[in-house]
Design a protein around this ligand. Sequence first.
Ligand SMILES: [Zn+2]
Length: 80
Amino acid sequence: MRPSRRVTSLRRKFVRTPGSKTKKVFAKKKNKKPVCAECKKPLHGRKEGAKTKRRPERPYPELCSSCSRKKIIQKIKEKF
Ligand SMILES: [Zn+2]
């Protein structure tokens, strides 16, 4: 195996060639879709790509809108 292929960032995939031989092919791993940290639902409007586009610039960027709303209300209720 080529040293540059000996990395965990590449997925090993077995492909059958027309000569009915199986060949190992190295493919890039697919990025996981960002999910909410509490309810595990996929987050809307977040793309895997540039780092600056990954998270919104608001409190609780790792939560979805409904969970962050709950969290904010909870925090206010704790004050009183
Ligand atoms: Zn959520």
